[in-house]
Design a protein around this ligand. Structure first.
Ligand SMILES: Cc1cc2nc3c(=O)[nH]c(=O)nc-3n(C[C@H](O)[C@H](O)[C@H](O)COP(=O)(O)O)c2cc1C
Length: 183
């Protein structure tokens, strides 16, 4: 069975923790977790199914390790690859830039041929503007997580989203193979 590669960048540990919570739901036997600070292009190119996690920093900026990797990610051919995105942000603190980095990462991989799954409703969030929003559709390009303002909702969102992407990735057993956790 080929595995899913989950790659995240994280300044203060929130995105890393969410990455591990996703792995716990989908199963360690199905997901390898990598810090983007420690990887090469080849390690990403090796996977056909990917999950990317990215927080937004400093008023709409890409997290620092992702930023260092940005040229590399732009060179990867994503055709034939399926990618699900999750982003972390703070909707009240930075409501004009909510999850912008997830939107920017989406645009890069989409332009390079990725099939993007894991779209997520904007309902339940309050923000002014976001580059991660699919205009007019009431959807984000990936899962929206806010550990600063809505920490108590994260576990349930992860349960639902992991069920969704298990189906969209076509994993064996589908949504019902995903652990529903109370963390
Ligand atoms: C100085 C600072 C700037 C931030 N800028 C943004 C922003 O522009 N947009 C956003 O959605 N979140 C912003 N955030 C919130 C972070 O994305 C959020 O705290 C996230 O959980 C951090 O993830 P990490 O611990 O994995 O680095 C900012 C936080 C800080 C402290």
């Amino acid at each position: 069975m080929s595995k899913i590669g989950l790659f995240y960048g994280s300044d203060e540990g929130n995105t890393e923790a969410v990455a591990l919570r996703i792995q716990a739901r989908l199963g360690e036997e199905r997901v390898n977790v990598h810090d983007i600070a420690d990887v090469t292009q080849l390690e990403i190119a090796d996977y056909d199914q990917l999950i990317f996690g990215i927080p937004t920093w400093d008023f709409g900026q890409i997290q620092s390790d992702w930023e260092e990797f940005w040229e590399d990610v732009q060179e990867i051919d994503f055709s034939g690859k399926t990618v699900a995105l999750f982003g972390l942000g703070d909707q009240f603190g930075y409501g004009d830039y909510f999850l912008d980095a997830m939107g920017m990462l989406h645009d890069v991989i989409f332009a390079k041929g990725a099939a993007v799954v894991g779209h997520w409703t904007t309902e339940g969030y309050e923000f002014e503007a976001s580059k991660a929003e699919v205009e007019g559709e009431g959807m984000f390009v990936g899962l929206a997580i806010d550990e600063d303002q809505q920490e108590e909702l994260t576990g349930g969102r992860l349960n639902r989203w992991c069920r969704q992407i298990a189906d969209e990735f076509g994993l064996e057993g589908g949504a019902d193979s995903v652990a529903q956790l109370d963390d």
